[in-house]
Write a protein of this length. Structure first.
Length: 240
């Protein structure tokens, strides 16, 4: 059988009220692929992620996750094992312990103790610092460490597709590199990733392919390896 891609968007129009932010979007993420979505402020990157999560209703087009049409599913169903997200600004429960934050990601699996323990173990294997601080309130952690908790929480939902909205935002250079290493590790584990980024270097380091979104339309796309000096200049021009 043909394996459906982790994500397929076709002819997607979506926005707020009667106003479309996204126009005729075609984009795919194959299984085990890491794909970056680059673009300037206001291009519609967050709106695209919100459309996949069912938080912005699409007016037209296809949204398929691992072969499932999610366009009519409510967000809580999409979040249940289909799509995991690290939202902009992380949105951790800062007063709660690190471990409780992680467990929130796997709520729908809470009756499956073996699977929950296995997922927790895989988060701790990837982020030893998260295991060390598991009993501390999230607020006691640095920004970079909190971002690892947010990635761990996403991993706990065991999703077919992982979405990350500018995970490098506001992090110190060392923490950005740790985050890049974590994304590379997820890719090595065969996870399917759509990464929204403003840092082109990070996107090219971590991802197989990139798309550039500008004014709600895909204006460029290509394999990260094929992007030469001219391609890079073009992307930089789009990002301003
Ligand atoms: P940024 O990097 O600044 O987050 P972005 O590429 O993620 O930019 P979006 O946040 O998706 O862009 O915004 C795209 C457009 O949608 C903008 O013109 C924005 O003003 C508009 N927009 C975003 N959220 C809403 C909303 N809740 N209601 C109406 N319009 C919105």
């Amino acid at each position: 059988p043909v394996i459906a891609p982790a994500l397929r968007l076709e002819g997607l129009y979506a926005g707020y009220g009667r106003f479309d932010v996204l126009h005729d979007i075609a984009l795919h993420v194959e299984r085990g692929e890491a794909v970056a979505l680059l673009g300037p402020n206001g291009a519609g990157k967050t709106t695209l992620l919100r459309a996949i999560m069912g938080m912005v209703k699409q007016r037209r087009g296809v949204i398929e996750v691992a072969g499932t049409d999610v366009s009519r599913l409510p967000t809580h169903r999409i979040a249940r094992g289909l799509v995991g997200i690290v939202p902009e600004g992380r949105r951790l429960f800062l007063g709660q312990s690190v471990e409780d934050n992680l467990r929130l990601g796997g709520l729908h699996l809470r009756h499956d103790h073996a699977r929950t323990a296995q997922l927790l173990r895989s988060v701790f294997d990837l982020f030893p610092v998260v295991e060390r601080y598991r009993a501390r309130p999230a607020t006691a952690l640095s920004g970079g460490e909190q971002q690892m908790v947010a990635i761990g929480r996403m991993m706990m939902s065991d999703p077919e597709l992982m979405l990350l909205d500018e995970p490098s935002l506001g992090l110190a250079p060392l923490a950005i590199q740790s985050m890049a290493d974590a994304l590379l590790a997820l890719r090595e584990r065969g996870r399917s990733i759509l990464l929204v980024e403003q840092r082109v270097d990070l996107a090219l380091q971590v991802c197989d392919r990139i798309y550039v979104l500008s004014g709600g339309r895909i204006v460029e796309q290509g394999a990260a390896d094929d992007i030469d000096g001219r391609g890079r200049a073009l992307i930089d021009a789009y990002l301003g």
